[in-house]
Design a protein around this ligand. Structure first.
Ligand code: KIV
Length: 284
């Protein structure tokens, strides 16, 4: 295992203070969490994007709290020292402050998460405030918020116009004032991200496709490794072609079993002659 202490919010702020970018990836399972931890990742988001990347839905909307808790637990087991964030799924916090606190608490108590994230601006500030007052660290999510993709007109850049950009900047301040220790900006123009980062007083600003001025970067793991067959967002970079490697391996497995070149003696277990003879006698 990687040799480090459990990462904490003060550690993340220290990185900001020292101008060291914070690293953040999504993750949904034990082995990937293990690999990310070995790589020294700072933050892990158990994103409700698992609805698309893992469960094969067309959106994140069908994801349930049960799905999220199961996957968060697996990630926690694989990454004991990373700062793990549970992503609140659709309708787990929108109905009321009470539902938000109750479900945020489940991520902490049942899955051992370090914080939660929820989508939305000024209109969700009371949910953030309630969760933080309950003692749970909260992260806001502005810009392209996939749970509202239909209302936003699809998966596209948010805040390109001055009026919409001003609204996002105001929302960031409202979330910070409500107690969010961190805000994710997804697909917001780099200049808007820069303004928000400069104006943040006690809040870590993270970027997903929003440029380099933020305090750190987030990407979706499956986009980074060619593991999502339907599409690759423009802002994602492929850091390794794991999907291609897996596909080639699977093709080879099917070929070798079909052609009877697998298994070979090293792939099975034998039995000593005397035990085999005794067995045959017992069966007669
Ligand atoms: O669910 C998720 O992975 C997310 C990212 C799109 C930021 O919320």
């Amino acid at each position: 295992m990687v040799d480090r202490k459990k990462l904490t919010i003060p550690y993340l702020f220290e990185k900001v203070h020292n101008c060291e970018p914070i690293t953040w990836l999504t993750c949904y399972d034990y082995p990937t969490a293990y690999f990310q931890e070995q790589a020294g990742i700072d933050m892990i988001l158990v994103g409700d994007s698992l609805g698309m990347t893992i469960l094969g839905y067309d959106s994140t909307l069908p994801v349930t709290m049960e799905d999220m808790i199961t996957h968060s637990k697996a990630v926690r087991r694989g990454a004991p020292t990373a700062f793990v964030i549970g992503d609140m799924p659709y309708m787990s916090y929108q109905p009321s402050v009470e539902s938000a606190i109750r479900n945020a608490g489940r991520f902490m108590a049942e899955a051992g998460c370090d914080a939660i994230k929820l989508e939305g601006g000024t209109e969700m500030a009371d949910r953030i405030e309630g969760i933080v007052k309950a003692g749970i660290p909260a992260i806001g999510h502005l810009g392209l918020t996939p749970q509202s993709a239909s209302a936003l007109g699809g998966f596209k850049v948010q805040g390109k116009g001055a009026l919409q950009a001003k609204k996002i900047i105001e929302s960031a301040k409202a979330l910070e004032q409500a107690g969010a220790f961190c805000i994710l900006l997804e697909m917001v123009p780099d200049r808007v991200c820069e303004i928000i980062t400069k104006r943040a007083e006690n809040c870590i600003i993270m970027s997903l496709g929003s440029g380099p001025s933020a305090h750190g970067q987030l990407l979706i793991y499956h986009d980074c490794f060619g593991l999502y067959p339907k599409f690759k967002p423009r802002m994602a970079k492929v850091f390794g072609e794991a999907g291609k490697v897996i596909q080639e391996g699977l093709n080879l497995y099917v070929k070798e079993v079909t052609e009877k070149t697998f298994p070979q003696p090293e792939n099975w277990f034998g039995m000593k002659d005397d035990e085999y003879e005794a067995l045959l006698e017992m069966l007669d």
